[in-house]
Design a protein around this ligand. Structure first.
Ligand code: AMP
Ligand code: ZN
Length: 270
């Protein structure tokens, strides 16, 4: 698969990005976000990187160093946000507290925290779009996990472009790798010899997502594509029938679907 061509196709079909946009790429330092930063830059988009230092010891230090080098060689600006300066704690502490107090799983807490920090900083950097490296495998996992939880409505915002462009205070999140299998991105990153860490997050163990990822390895890329494309057919109907009002979070001012946003509910426990 020529993933550069496939990505261009997704961008065009879903009108994800314009050449005049200021695009901030959420960079974890992994193969997905590194590849999409590289490809968007190659295609002539105005990109910069945004990396949250989560304080995961040596793993975070290596990511920071490698991304600093990668972006400087590419000639792309990089902003590293220090989670301890933002919230006073590293991600491990935040996850441990939330597990104890609200029995929330690590991946859920980490996801909510990252989304909040990324939106805050994307706004600060005056971004038009915030690109993430979510790929076909991530999206197929979401569809099946939500289904097995008996709550497919959790996926109603699933799309290569979230509907957030109409919501004041949200920088629209865009996923150009939405239809690209993880295996193809891995092949691309290795072919390009990107000097990055290829390991999975050291904290991701024992969660529902990790278990789902493990058994979904049995599925082919085509089957994963059918799961994602099939679900996309019902997303417009789910959205139309379940429109929810957006408020300004009473605590942080970021947009929220309840009076206090999920992130602030988490931060209250710290
Ligand atoms: P994950 O939730 O780790 O599967 O990551 C999904 C996407 O979120 C990545 O492809 C990145 O775009 C973004 N992301 C994850 N971790 C970070 C981080 N530490 N800093 C900035 N963006 C991140
Ligand atoms: Zn809030």
């Amino acid at each position: 698969m020529d993933i550069e061509k496939e990505i261009e196709k997704t961008i065009k079909e879903y009108r994800l990005l314009n050449k005049s946009d200021k695009i901030v790429v959420a960079l974890s330092g992994g193969k997905d976000s590194t590849s999409i930063l590289y490809i968007l830059h190659k295609l002539g988009y105005n990109v910069s990187g945004l990396l949250i230092d989560l304080y995961l010891g040596e793993w975070s230090r290596t990511h920071n160093e490698k991304m600093t080098k990668f972006c400087s060689e590419l000639g792309v600006p990089l902003e590293i946000v220090d989670l301890k300066k933002e919230l006073g704690q590293g991600i491990c502490f935040i996850k441990a507290v939330l597990k104890k107090q609200k029995n929330l799983t690590g991946c859920t807490v980490c996801g909510i925290t990252k989304r909040w920090v990324l939106n805050k900083w994307a706004k600060k950097l005056k971004a038009d779009k915030l690109v993430t490296g979510h790929n076909l495998d991530d999206e197929a996992q979401n569809v099946l996990m939500n289904f097995m939880k008996g709550n497919i409505l959790l996926g109603m915002n699933s799309s290569p472009a979230t509907g957030d462009e109409e919501i004041e205070g949200f920088v629209q999140r865009v996923k150009p790798l939405f239809f690209i299998p993880e295996s193809e991105i891995l092949r691309y990153a290795k072919e390009k010899k990107f000097d990055i860490l290829y390991d999975k997050c050291p904290c991701a163990f024992g969660t529902y997502r990790v278990e789902t990822r493990a058994w979904m390895k049995e599925l082919t890329d085509l089957e994963k594509k059918k799961i994602v494309e099939g679900f996309q057919k019902i997303v417009p109907k789910l959205r139309a029938e379940n429109h929810r009002e957006i408020f300004e979070c009473k605590k942080c001012g970021q947009p929220s679907r309840s009076e206090v946003c999920n992130a602030c509910k988490i931060f209250e426990c710290l």
